[in-house]
Structure formats: structure tokens, C-alpha cells
Design a protein around this ligand. Structure first.
Ligand code: PLP
Length: 437
């Protein structure tokens, strides 16, 4: 078969997909512990509210027109209005009516992921500037689509804009190949929160580049976890849209983390124009629209229950973050060089001192029970509990500055599993440290 370059690149599973699939194939509930997946916690999903919303939507065909039919490609007008009000009433990102009136809101066909995919379809290929460690799922996709990733290291305040300035200078003539910036505001994998001054500097850097190149170089802020800043000590984030003078800033949000991933609702806010029109056409091409009925359910929930829901979700993650951090310090403290995260989202990103974490490492193999030693792994057919995490080597850019550090890093999710299992997993990690040393 004649596959496209993307088809060829995609016919080989990405390393993380391969690792996750291998683990999922014989995952034993209540035995193995999955700290690898980015799944939300099941207890945060408002099942009864979703059921209530479905009934209400179907019972009110005046407001929720043809909810089980095809929808329009820009998104349900009800949901777009609910997203707008949600931002205004909660002053999310400090967005005002005036800023929102300058911009448009569209709903993607299948969550934020589909909007990110759409961006890769409608933007001309070139260099994408992003953060290191990177959101490996999207960056891997961008590379399969023929984009080149320029990953700028973060510190605890997110993408380091001083290093960005240096990197842009180093690119020299190749700066003209930059097609867009992609920055996750609460990083996946590290959960570092992008500081407000950094947001402003990023927009300034893109505006400067746009002026130099005499074309708009957009910045896409992915705020997937921005409603999950659960640490009361952290100041409120400010939207990049507030700093936008040229019409180059776009925000991508999702309801996956605060309502339910299965609703598949992602939205984009940004200036109208050819890019947004192309994105709407792309939604139509991908599947006409997100399912109208889940858009209307989301609209109903945003209008009535979202404040209480966000509070509940964040109380749960706050508690889990605090417990997990204590267990990390108590059991892994001696082996820990650095720990990021804990204030937002549901990941910790650990750097171990001198202990490697990649798939071939003793640490990984102890936890995957693939050392080949039955006293460590347990007997075939009844292996001891396994623990899955995301090795740092998958999160850092293979040509970036963090390759060496990545071999000793890992992302640990406290989202999906319940606290006793997380505690058990961290205890097993401490045994893996002993085994590796
Ligand atoms: C940074 C980031 N962006 C986007 C998404 C995807 O969101 P959605 O469920 O809306 O596709 C995720 C999911 O984990 C994510 O981590």
C-alpha cells in the first residue's frame, strides 16, 4: 500500500503507546497499579448530574434543538454561550466581556486533542516551539506530521523565556521556519504552572517574531489543567489573550478534567479569521461536529453545576497531592534530586539522584516485574504487583538539552488510582530504588 509519510510514521506504534498497551494487555485490577495513565479519577465524574442533564436536554427541544441529530461545525450555540459565561462569571484568566467579544469560541469535534490535531492540519509545516519536558503525545504527533520540534527547557515557573530568547537567536536564519508556539499552561508531564510574567513574555516573543517575519506566528496555550490549580497558595493565572495586540493568541480548553473525558468537549478561544475558519472546516471534515447531545449536556452542566463540581474535583486532587507528596518524601526522599508538581493537575515529575528510570533500567524492570529473576518478579502466571509510570525519557525531547536528565526522571499520576494503592506503589518504588542500587 502507498501510505502517506504520516501513515508510514504512524504504522509503528509510538514508544509510549507500545509500553502502555503491553501493560494494559494483562493488567490485573486490584493487583497492578497504574500511575502511568492521564485518566481522571472516576470519583470526580458527576454521573448523576450527567444523567440529570441528559433527561433535561431531551425534555426541552425548544432550547436544545435536535440534540440527537448532526450539529453545526462551529459548535452548539448553547455550549458556546455557556463556555463564554463560564469564563466571565468565574473570571477565568481575568477574561472580560470586552476581550471575549474580540475573540470567538469554537468547539472541536472530539475534545481538545482534536483541536490540536486540527492545528497540525491547517498550519503550514515548520518548526514548533514548545516546552521541554514536552506534552509527548502531541509533540510525537506533530513530528509524525512532518513538523520539527524546538523544545525549550522549563523551570518551576514553566517555559524559561530567557532560554527561549537564546534559542531563538541560535536559530538565526531558521527563525523564518517557525510556524507556531505550543505551550501547556499547567505542564503535562511536570505540572509546573506557567507564571503570568512568562505568559506575557511568550506573547511578546511571538509578536516580535511576527513583526520580523511580516506574518502572524500564533501562540497556542493549552490550558487543559488550568481549572485544576488546587493549591490555594498559587495566584490566579492570567489569560494570554489579555496580552494579545496582533491577534495571534489562541487558548485551547477542555471539559475532560472537570466534567468527564467521555463527553469529548474541547474548545478554542481566539481571534476570528482564516485560521479559525479553517479549524471550523476541519471539524466538519473530521466528523461534522462533536456529538450534539454531549455538547448540550455540557452546556446544561456549565450553566448550573460547574462551580460546585470544580470545587469538589479540586478538593479531591488537593488531598491526594498532599498524601502523595508525603509518601514521596518519606519513602523516596533519599533518592530524590527534584520533585515538581503538586499544586495543580495530578502529576508529580520526579528526578532521581543517580538512579535510571528508562524502560531498560533496573528500577523500571523491578516495577514491571521483568528482571527475569523469579524472586523479584514472582512466579510466571502470578507475578508480584506491577507499577507503571511514564519514564522521563519519553517526556524530554530526544534532541533537546534534557536527554541526560530524562534518563533519571519519571511522571507519576495520582489521578486515577486511589490513595492506598498510590501509597503501595510508592513503597514498591522505594524497593525498586534499593534493588537498582
Ligand atoms: C496537555 C493536554 N492537552 C490536551 C489533553 C486532551 O484533552 P481532551 O480530553 O479534551 O482531548 C490532555 C489530556 O490529558 C492534556 O494532557
Amino acid at each position: 500500500m502507498l501510505l502517506s509519510e504520516y501513515g508510514k510514521a504512524s504504522s509503528v506504534p509510538a514508544p509510549v503507546s507500545r509500553m502502555m498497551a503491553a501493560f494494559a494487555a494483562d493488567f490485573r485490577d486490584a493487583v497492578d497499579i497504574n500511575l502511568g495513565v492521564g485518566y481522571v479519577n472516576e470519583n470526580t465524574i458527576p454521573r448523576a448530574r450527567i444523567e440529570e442533564a441528559l433527561h433535561a436536554v431531551l425534555a426541552d427541544p425548544q432550547k436544545y434543538r435536535v440534540a440527537l441529530n448532526y450539529g453545526g461545525p462551529a459548535g452548539s450555540p448553547n455550549l458556546i454561550e455557556s463556555v463564554r459565561r463560564f469564563h466571565l462569571e468565574h473570571r477565568l484568566g481575568g477574561l472580560t466581556d470586552e476581550v471575549l467579544r474580540r475573540n470567538e469560541i469554537i468547539i472541536g469535534p472530539n475534545g481538545a486533542t482534536s483541536l490540536l490535531e486540527g492545528i497540525a492540519q491547517v498550519m503550514a509545516p515548520g518548526i514548533v516551539v514548545t516546552c521541554d519536558p514536552m506534552y509527548y503525545i502531541y509533540c510525537n504527533f506533530l513530528e509524525r506530521m512532518g513538523f520539527e520540534i524546538c523544545a525549550v527547557p522549563e523551570d518551576k515557573d514553566g517555559l524559561d523565556t530567557d532560554r527561549l530568547a537564546v534559542r531563538l537567536r541560535e536559530l538565526g536564519e531558521r527563525r523564518k521556519d517557525i510556524c507556531f508556539f505550543y505551550v501547556v499552561t499547567v505542564s503535562n508531564p511536570t505540572c509546573s504552572i506557567l507564571a503570568n510574567t512568562r505568559r506575557e513574555r511568550l506573547v511578546e516573543a511571538a509578536a516580535r517574531l511576527s513583526r520580523q517575519l511580516r506574518r502572524k506566528v500564533p501562540v497556542f496555550f493549552d490550558k487543559a489543567y488550568e481549572n485544576l490549580i488546587h493549591d490555594p497558595a498559587v495566584g490566579r493565572p492570567v489569560s494570554g489573550l489579555l496580552y494579545d495586540e496582533l491577534g495571534i493568541v489562541y487558548e485551547i480548553g477542555t471539559l475532560s478534567k472537570i466534567l468527564a473525558p467521555a463527553l469529548r468537549i474541547g474548545y478554542m478561544i481566539g481571534p476570528g479569521g482564516p485560521l479559525l475558519r479553517a479549524m471550523i472546516q476541519k471539524t466538519s471534515d473530521a466528523g461534522f461536529s462533536a456529538p450534539l447531545v454531549t455538547q448540550e449536556i455540557a452546556s446544561y452542566l456549565l450553566d448550573r453545576h460547574v462551580a460546585e463540581q470544580i470545587e469538589r474535583v479540586n478538593a479531591g486532587y488537593r488531598h491526594k497531592a498532599a498524601c502523595t507528596r508525603q509518601w514521596i518524601d518519606a519513602r523516596l526522599g533519599g533518592a530524590l534530586a527534584e520533585c515538581r508538581g503538586g499544586s495543580a493537575g495530578f502529576y508529580f515529575y520526579l528526578t532521581l539522584a543517580g538512579i535510571e528510570t528508562h524502560e531498560q533500567s533496573a528500577f523500571f524492570r523491578f516495577l514491571a516485574r521483568t528482571t527475569g529473576r523469579s524472586e523479584v518478579d514472582g512466579p510466571t502466571g502470578a507475578k508480584k504487583p506491577r507499577v507503571l509510570y511514564i519514564p522521563g525519557e519519553f517526556c524530554v525531547h530526544p534532541q533537546g538539552d534534557l536527554v541526560e536528565a530524562g534518563r533519571r526522571q519519571l511522571r507519576l499520576s495520582y489521578g486515577f488510582e486511589e490513595p492506598p494503592r498510590i501509597e503501595q506503589a510508592i513503597e514498591l518504588m522505594s524497593q525498586a530504588v534499593s534493588y537498582a542500587t
